[in-house]
Write a protein of this length. Structure first.
Ligand SMILES: Nc1ncnc2c1ncn2[C@@H]1O[C@H](COP(=O)(O)OP(=O)(O)O)[C@@H](O)[C@H]1O
Ligand SMILES: [Mg+2]
Length: 249
């Protein structure tokens, strides 16, 4: 479903992704974990060519994106949704309009837009908030809007960059539940970037560990379920201690 072959990316002289190869199967929930600065976000943005690779090939859904014209790439991108840590909603548009924008950009048939927007908002449990503006929503609700927007064009793949990193633990679990549903019910292949092991462990089938722009390992896991997420105070203390050790190293 997703195939990266010897992909490299530099910013100025700094090589951020170093000849990475990775294959993600259809229907997988694939986690990418690593410390801050490891190159996780860049790798994710290489999958939909938001970042252009300096070298290597990117294939999604049987199409070599790196070979496409910009027009063909725009079309191919419809089947790749993306969500972010800070939601990236349009502040001056309502919930409904935020989802509508995605359909407008994709030239979705006009007559079918309204039904599709309602359907997507219903799927994420937000049908009653369609007239609200982002500022009136909680973090979890904002992420649900972003998910509805990402789903609007029926993507085959959903890319998630730290989707729960600015949310409280119980809200994180809710959002991961929504993502799990999207995978199970809609059959969407999901890639989740996170620096939180608990998040990755909860719903991923396979996990790729990144460090310094390289893949350290990819392992299969048994998703342990979202109810096991426990970001208790001791968890944070542990994470901070680990981060401190890495800074010292
Ligand atoms: N657009 C950019 N311009 C310059 N440097 C960048 C850019 N994007 C990322 N970087 C650098 O690339 C490295 C990897 O960043 P990123 O992919 O965001 O890592 P992660 O998501 O794992 O924290 C970091 O050192 C970051 O500063
Ligand atoms: Mg990042």
């Amino acid at each position: 479903m997703i195939k990266l072959v010897n992909v490299s990316k530099s910013f100025s002289q700094f090589k951020v992704i170093k000849s990475v190869s990775l294959t993600i199967d259809k229907g997988e929930v694939h986690g990418i974990i690593g410390a801050s600065g490891a190159g996780k976000s860049t790798l994710l943005r290489l999958v939909n060519l938001l970042e252009l690779p300096d070298q290597g090939e990117v294939e999604v859904n049987g199409q070599k994106l790196t070979n496409l014209s910009s027009k063909e790439l725009r079309r191919a991108r419809k089947s790749i949704g993306m969500i972010f840590q800070h939601f990236n909603l349009l502040a001056n548009k309502t919930v409904y309009e935020n989802v509508a924008v995605s359909l407008e950009l994709a030239n979705y048939p006009k007559k079918e837009r309204r039904d599709r927007i309602i359907e997507c908002l219903q799927f994420v449990g937000l049908k009653d908030l369609i007239k609200q503006y982002p500022a009136q929503l909680s973090g979890g609700q904002k992420q649900r809007v972003a998910i509805a927007r990402a789903l609007a064009n029926n993507p085959q793949v959903l890319l998630c960059d730290e989707p729960t990193s600015s949310l409280d633990p119980n809200i994180s679990a809710e959002i991961l539940g929504v993502l799990e549903n999207i995978n199970k019910v809609l059959g969407v292949t999901i890639v989740i970037v996170s620096h939180e092991m608990e998040v990755i462990k909860s719903i991923c089938n396979r996990v790729t560990v990144m460090a310094n722009g390289e893949i350290y390992d990819t392992v299969s896991t048994e998703p342990i379920g979202i109810h096991h997420i426990d970001k208790s105070p001791s968890y944070f203390v542990e994470q901070l201690a680990k981060a401190g050790e890495m800074d010292d190293a």
